[in-house]
Write a protein that binds this ligand. Structure first.
Ligand SMILES: [Zn+2]
Length: 88
């Protein structure tokens, strides 16, 4: 195993057992929207190297270059501020 990790609440965990085939930063509009930053640091691995544990919902979108980009989200992911906790 080369890499392992989880989301903040540890509902989703992963391991990767191969080295990345690509590393870089993407500055496209989709990645800027996804991260809320000027770019997204990214690594690509062979699909067979990923072991994923947990429930993730994938959202597919066609990129500006015509490729399908799948981004995974925790099915129970949500956010609220301390102020909102008292109002809702
Ligand atoms: Zn991008």
């Amino acid at each position: 195993m080369f890499y392992s990790g989880s989301c903040l609440c540890e509902a989703v965990k992963f391991t990767l057992n191969e080295q990345p085939v690509m590393m870089g930063n993407c500055h496209c509009r989709d990645c800027q929207r996804w991260t809320g930053c000027a770019y997204e640091p990214a690594m690509a691995f062979p699909k067979t190297s990923l072991k994923l544990h947990g429930v993730i919902r994938f959202h597919d979108k066609i990129s500006d270059q015509g490729n399908t980009v799948s981004r995974g989200f925790l099915s129970r992911m949500r956010w609220r501020s301390n102020e909102q906790k008292h109002r809702f």
